[in-house]
Design a protein around this ligand. Structure first.
Ligand SMILES: [Zn+2]
Ligand SMILES: [Zn+2]
Ligand SMILES: [Zn+2]
Length: 157
């Protein structure tokens, strides 16, 4: 179980950015939505709805799973958070408004994740799909391997 330190009363700038996106899309910034955003912001690793519930419990708060799932679903739809395919955990989007689908490189050794987006990669994939008569709406893919740190250590020893 991960442990988080909460800076009480301080809403980080990143959370404020997400709150602005919610408002701009016509969504109310409810207390549970803010709480889930804060936890995603502070988590060092992808978190499950159960993890989120556990973190809230440490703060003496309770949200049920359905509520947490619904919030995560909304945040993912708005590209404020993403689901990491290999682990199923959720992370806060680290890119913001960058063009191209947001994807992850996941280190199988230390678990560090790196988010990236590449519009040209998307266009190339769309073309490949078009050759099959397929119309792509969204790409889901993830790279698994070793991060630069682990790769260097691996080579060194
Ligand atoms: Zn993203
Ligand atoms: Zn690594
Ligand atoms: Zn794409």
């Amino acid at each position: 179980m991960l442990h988080l330190v909460f800076a009480s009363g301080i809403v980080s700038l990143v959370v404020q950015d997400s709150i602005r996106v919610l408002q701009a899309q016509g969504y109310k910034v409810t207390k549970p939505r803010k709480q889930v955003l804060e936890i995603l912001e502070q988590a060092q690793k992808p978190v499950s709805p159960y993890d989120i519930q556990g973190f809230l419990r440490q703060k003496g708060k309770h949200l049920n799973h359905v509520t947490i799932y619904r919030i995560l679903d909304l945040l993912c739809r708005l590209n404020l958070a993403h689901r990491v395919l290999s682990s199923g955990g959720f992370v806060k989007c680290a890119l913001g408004d960058i063009e191209g689908c947001h994807r992850f490189m996941v280190c199988r050794h230390c678990g560090v994740i790196q988010e990236f987006a590449d519009k040209e990669l998307c266009q190339r994939e769309n073309k490949v799909a078009q050759n099959f008569g397929f119309h792509t709406e969204h790409h889901l893919s993830e790279s698994s391997g070793l991060c630069s740190n682990c790769y260097r250590k691996h080579l060194g020893g």
